[in-house]
Design a protein around this ligand. Structure first.
Ligand code: CUK
Ligand code: CUA
Length: 622
């Protein structure tokens, strides 16, 4: 067996290596230039004329912006930013009642991995899930409106990094965790790390009827870092895999101490079996969660040895193999599900760690793939022929290879240091091919300078023939992963339908009213081109007058049932703003703490008389 070659001082070496690859770039570029699959120029391939739409949506995670960036492919035009885990004054997200409640005490998030809902292993275009490493949350976005419907706080866990990834029919979204903590994040000395800390994985279900995320159960895995993961497909559909590092259980200087052992693991688990365990009552109650302890409740979870400090793990579209990327070892390892199932059946184990059986490496390993001079493999995507595309962080390139033979087929330099890449429907059972976007961590000299901190970069690669970078777009920090879906799968609505059961909505102009109840004031108002009506019967219908200290609730309905007529509602100097989209009713609650005179105005340009869409908020002093 090959000896894994550790790369000196890990990923930090990447920046030096990235520079080397830049020096190489001009010669590499020449070899890729001529052989494109079509005769169109690069500019023609990405040009989408006015009136025509892009073929794909690209949903790029916004990292520590806490947002999701939506792009069109192939034009690479940014269409929208959707706030998910962070406040956003453009849309009033985090100010209106629904989003404020979902956000709780948090005002930011770190969105790493988006995942579309799936039906039979294909994106169905209905929902988008996402995780927040920063504050341990998960969210669901409705793709009819491109708005977030629910945010789930995940207890007993810290930094659900590697997911979201969903099973073939969106039965579960699994959230493994990047940081190990004591259950409930109680205080425990780091000297007791190995006994008191855990890396908890959560199985989350989505209740479509009530648009709610729920935790079905959790698994108290050993105190390691669980990194990336993927769900099985077809014959492996009941299974999921995730990589883990720091099996050394280091508690300080992880960049050295978590890279000591030659091997880390892939955790292989059967979620159907875990589901059954929970059904049979084989769990313990931990703070209201059903917790499975693998050392007590046996079965369903196995370890597969893998080269040290692996990063991504990805399942091939046919569901037969899972591929781990080495990060610190310059190789991809292809494992066979079928062989793993056989090994489990035959108890072909090489001992155990923390009560979890370790499957014999040789019994599951299909092949180790080491493309020449390729360094820092991180993540793999697939095309319509089942070919694999792996990002090389350190050597700054995408390498195309055949999982069935391990043969390197093609490679293209990118600028620079790609984390993930995303292919069109590239992690489904039927990828589309044609397009791949590299999500590069370092832009360096790619764009006009904006000072010492540069944007990230996304590069569009035509993979229909010889791989070729044909477009490059700067992007805000920081896409980790993205999903690319055929545009016609998304059925976004233009106008919110009338909801006669909604007691907060007002659909008739003369029904706008202000209701007082002690110090509580409820405004049932209307926004329409180009005025506000808060109290239809008042001398000045566009004025809200309250007393200092009153609790004010604004229920505002946009009466314009017309495409793209959005209104805003802001109170000057009150730090409040919300949006009402066509037909939508939105609510905002606050205390009138400051006495005085405050103009109200519409923040979203809605007509030639938008400037006139104003009113007053008068607060009588005590
Ligand atoms: S991680 Cu960022 S490059 Cu969060 Cu998917 Cu690998
Ligand atoms: Cu309504 Cu601007």
């Amino acid at each position: 067996m090959k000896k894994w070659v550790p790369i000196a001082s890990g990923l930090l070496a990447g920046f030096a290596a990235a520079t080397i690859s830049f020096a190489d770039f001009s010669s590499n570029a020449k070899t890729t230039e001529t052989a494109s699959s079509s005769n169109k120029s690069d500019a023609e391939k990405v040009y989408v004329p006015f009136g025509k739409k892009d073929d794909y949506y690209l949903f790029a995670s916004g990292g520590h912006s806490g947002q999701m960036f939506i792009y069109g492919v192939p034009s690479m035009r940014q269409i929208r930013t959707v706030p998910v885990f962070s406040q956003d004054s453009a849309t009033g997200y985090g100010f209106d009642e629904h989003s404020k409640k979902m956000m709780g005490d948090y005002t930011w998030g770190d969105l790493h991995h988006p995942a579309f809902s799936e039906t039979n292993g294909d994106y169905d275009g209905k929902y988008m899930f996402a995780t927040d490493v920063g504050n341990s949350r998960a969210a669901v976005m409705d793709l009819k409106t491109f708005t977030v419907k629910d945010i789930l706080n995940v207890p007993n866990t810290s930094g659900p990094h590697c997911a979201a990834f969903v099973t073939e029919n969106t039965e579960y979204m699994f959230l493994p965790t990047r940081f190990a903590v004591p259950l409930g994040q109680a205080y425990e000395s780091l000297d007791d790390y190995s006994t008191k800390y855990r890396g908890v994985m959560s199985a989350v279900t989505f209740d479509e009827k009530n648009t709610k995320l729920n935790i079905a159960y959790q698994v108290a895995l050993p105190p390691w870092s669980y990194d990336l993961s993927d769900a099985g497909k077809k014959s492996s559909k009941d299974w999921a895999v995730m990589t883990t590092y720091n099996t050394e259980e280091a508690t300080t200087n992880l960049e050295i101490n978590a890279s000591q052992a030659d091997r880390d693991f892939i955790v292989l688990f059967n979620w159907k079996e875990l589901e059954k365990m929970v059904k049979d009552g084989q769990y313990e109650d931990v703070g209201g969660q059903k917790m499975i302890y693998p050392e007590k409740q046996k079965g369903g979870i196995y370890l597969v040895p893998v080269a040290k400090s692996p990063h991504g793990v990805d399942v091939t579209p046919d569901g037969k193999y899972f591929i781990a990327s080495g990060k610190l070892a310059p190789s991809m390892t292809v494992f066979s599900f079928e062989k793993a199932f056989k090994a489990i059946e035959n108890k072909d184990f090489a001992g155990e760690r923390n009560g979890i059986p370790i499957i014999n490496y040789k019994s599951v390993m299909e092949r180790e793939v080491n493309p020449e001079n390729a360094l820092g493999p991180l993540h793999t995507q697939f095309d319509d022929k089942g070919m694999a595309y792996t990002t090389m962080f350190i050597s700054s390139e995408i390498v195309k290879w055949d999982p069935k033979t391990g043969k390197t087929l093609d490679r293209v330099p990118v600028q620079y240091s790609p984390g993930h890449s995303v292919a069109a429907e590239g992690d489904t059972v039927s990828p589309d091919g044609h397009w791949l976007v590299a999500l590069n961590k370092i832009a360096k000299d790619s764009y006009l300078s904006v000072g010492p901190s540069h944007p990230e970069s996304m590069q569009l690669i035509d993979i229909s023939g010889k791989m070729k970078v044909i477009q490059s777009s700067p992007v805000n920090p920081e896409p980790h992963y993205a999903q690319m879906i055929k545009a016609d799968k998304i059925k976004a609505i233009n106008v919110y339908p009338k909801d006669e059961n909604n007691k907060e909505a007002v659909y008739k102009k003369d029904e706008a009213k202000i209701v007082r109840n002690g110090n509580k004031v409820d405004v049932y108002g209307i926004a329409m081109r180009s005025k506000f009506i808060f109290d239809a019967k008042a001398k000045r219908p566009d004025v809200i007058e309250v007393n200092e200290g009153d609790e004010v609730t604004i229920h505002l309905t946009n009466l314009d049932f017309d495409e793209d007529i959005t209104h805003g509602f802001a109170i000057n100097s009150y730090n409040l703003n919300m949006e009402v989209q066509p037909g939508q009713t939105n609510t905002m609650k606050f205390t009138a703490k400051k006495a005085g005179t405050y103009p109200i105005y519409c923040t979203n340009f809605c007509s030639a008389l938008h400037q006139e869409m104003t009113g007053y908020f008068l607060v009588k002093p005590k």
